[in-house]
Structures are given as structure tokens and as C-alpha cells.
Design a protein around this ligand. Structure first.
Ligand code: MG
Length: 120
């Protein structure tokens, strides 16, 4: 079974880029453009992993993370942001990994694989 991943980012370019890159790794990748959309998708379907942007219109990624960890305690979440400083925000500590966005997908892919393997 392919692992089902949800990419949450308000930038279409990032959604498409991550989608392509992770599909190449054999994953079933879905995307949401906002926190609200992400939570709807998580209610409707079962996912193995969420890659979550922090800066989002409407509810931000830290609040989405809080709600995910409340409702789906074992669902891993990777926070992926352009900024380092959120790491100091205790709201981010519940995430399973924190990655600073870059055009090089290697770090993200490695973390995704490590987390998914751990869940086997
Ligand atoms: Mg954003």
C-alpha cells in the first residue's frame, strides 16, 4: 500500500513541487491550500503523514498542528516553514520534525522516509 501524505501549503508552487517530488518516491500525495481544508481532508480520510506550512491564511499551522495532535494523536506531522524562528515557539514542539524550506528536497525526503518507516 502506498503511504498517503497530505501537503498543506498556501503557495500553489510549493504544493505542486512537493507533490511531484514525493510522488516520485512512490507516495500517494494529496494537497490542501489552507488549515481548514487540511482538517476537512483529515476528517474525511486516513493519512499516514502531514507536511504542514506554518504561515497560512485563516488558522495558522501551529493551530492546525494542535488540532491534529488532539484528534489524531499518532498521526505524524512535519512542520515545513521558510522561517527558523518558529522553532522557539512551544506550539511547534508537538510536531515530529521541523524543517526549514529549501529548494533541495533531500532533507525533507529523508525525514519523510524515516517517519514513515518508523510507522510500519
Ligand atoms: Mg505559507
Amino acid at each position: 500500500m502506498k503511504k498517503k501524505v497530505l501537503v498543506v501549503d498556501d503557495e500553489e508552487g510549493i504544493r505542486l513541487f512537493y507533490k511531484e517530488e514525493l510522488k516520485e518516491e512512490g507516495m500517494d500525495v494529496h494537497a490542501a491550500a489552507s488549515g481548514e481544508e487540511a482538517l476537512e481532508k483529515l476528517e474525511a480520510d486516513k493519512y499516514d503523514l502531514v507536511i504542514l506550512d506554518i504561515k497560512l491564511p485563516g488558522i495558522d499551522g501551529i493551530e492546525v498542528l494542535r488540532q491534529i495532535k488532539e484528534k489524531w494523536k499518532t498521526l505524524p506531522v512535519i512542520l515545513c516553514t521558510a522561517y527558523h524562528h518558529y522553532k522557539q515557539d512551544f506550539g511547534t514542539w508537538a510536531s515530529d520534525a521541523y524543517i526549514v524550506k529549501s529548494s533541495d528536497m533531500k532533507e525533507l525526503k529523508d525525514v519523510v522516509k524515516t517517519i514513515l518507516n518508523r510507522r510500519n
